[in-house]
Ligand binder design. Structure first.
Ligand SMILES: *Cc1c(COP(=O)(O)O)cnc(C)c1O
Length: 367
């Protein structure tokens, strides 16, 4: 699905030199590499402020804690996402309110968001899934009408643009991840919180360091959510390459789209993901097919890796059973879970390997 070591290979000399410099410097917690990385990555994303944190999950924790979300509060979100999105809502003591997705984009259905707002709603947490922006214009209208902050889960969407502007600059906070499989992957865990508001940036920095300001004085309770200086230093080496890697991903996506579009197969057998907005960064290329499990088994037999994001929507996870969402309650997400299949899309895939994937997919579905 993804060859991270091959991607880092050409950078190995600069990476090891950078790591050696950092080790010699003795500055392992925050410090100049973190400050420089925050400024460079904020500039890349198009956000005013960026705060480096320990993971994408912790970026969500910091955002929720900084906004004071806690017990008695509801946060409206999507069930068709990685677990952390809703896990963090529950971890701060609030209740995730799941609403369904749009079948064509896999992103949250804004009309259902509007209908789910109650007196207890404290925030809206949309996810720019697979690297494609949500409908932020419509979401912002709902949020503004009710005076609710939006926390953008942009873990899969670094560099994604929406018609309203870059993701991560449109809500109260944007949350990013440097998990190795994300478009900008570190050498372990890392994450980022972005915001346009200097006061919210300060709050996030305070939450990142146990809620202390100044040191050893705590007016709020935070945690240890710091990004490692080593990760920040190494990510600075990779960041200038990101735009090129994203272009390769887009080219790969266009080749899949063209081949699948020309296959003549029925939509129920093979539906490529629609590109609603330019500015999709294709963290994943996820097609739909009614023969998903058979197709995946066939590809595996042909030594072609695929993945299912996500096999169980969050409202049907055992840990959320007490919330009472029955089977069929969010049918679009449930159907998507049965039909989605992610194909290799990483920058280093190459045309020859991609052609083999295309031919194998189409060949199987024609039988
Ligand atoms: C990866 C991811 C996260 C969590 O990021 P980590 O860095 O792995 O903690 C959160 N939300 C979404 C949608 C993700 O894809």
């Amino acid at each position: 699905m993804l060859d991270v070591a091959a991607q880092n290979g050409p950078l190995i000399d600069r990476l090891t030199e950078k790591a050696a410099d950092l080790i010699r410097s003795g500055r392992y917690i925050l410090g100049p590499e973190v400050v420089a990385f925050e400024s460079e990555v904020a500039n890349y994303i198009g956000a005013e402020h960026a705060v480096g944190v320990s993971s994408g999950t912790d970026a969500l924790m910091v955002a929720l804690m900084a906004l004071g979300v806690g017990p008695g509060h509801e946060v409206i979100t999507t069930p068709f996402t990685f677990f952390a999105t809703a896990g963090c809502i529950a971890r701060v003591g609030a209740t995730p309110i799941f609403v369904d997705i749009r079948p064509e984009t896999f992103n949250i259905d804004v009309e259902q968001v509007a209908a789910a707002v109650t007196n207890h709603t404290r925030a809206i947490l949309p996810v720019h899934l697979f690297g494609q922006a949500c409908d932020m214009e419509a979401l912002s209208a709902v949020a503004n009408k009710h005076g609710l902050p939006i926390i953008e889960d942009a873990a899969q969407a670094i560099g994604t643009k929406s018609p309203l502007g870059p993701v991560g600059s449109l809500g109260a906070y944007g949350c990013f991840s440097f998990f190795p499989s994300k478009n900008l992957g570190g050498f372990g865990d890392g994450g980022l919180v972005t915001t346009q508001d200097p006061a919210l940036a300060d709050k996030a920095r305070v939450m990142r360091a146990h809620g202390s300001s100044p040191k050893y004085y705590h007016s709020v309770i935070g945690g240890n959510f710091r990004i490692d200086a080593l990760q920040a230093a190494l990510l600075r080496v990779k960041l200038p390459e990101l735009e090129g890697w994203t272009s390769r991903r887009r080219e790969n996506a266009s080749r899949y789209d063209a081949a699948f579009g020309a296959s003549g197969l029925d939509e129920s057998l093979l539906r490529p993901p629609p590109r609603r907005f330019e500015g999709h960064i294709y963290n994943q290329y996820v097609l739909r097919t009614s023969r998903r499990d058979e197709l995946q088994a066939h590809l595996q037999a042909e030594k072609i890796a695929t993945a299912i994001y996500y096999p169980v929507p969050l409202h049907r996870q055992e840990c959320f059973a007490h919330l009472g969402y029955r089977e069929g309650s969010l049918p679009v997400s449930e159907k998507a879970s049965r039909e989605v299949l992610a194909l290799p899309i990483f920058a280093g895939l190459g045309e020859a390997r991609q052609k083999r994937v295309i031919d194998t997919v189409i060949g199987f579905l024609r039988q």
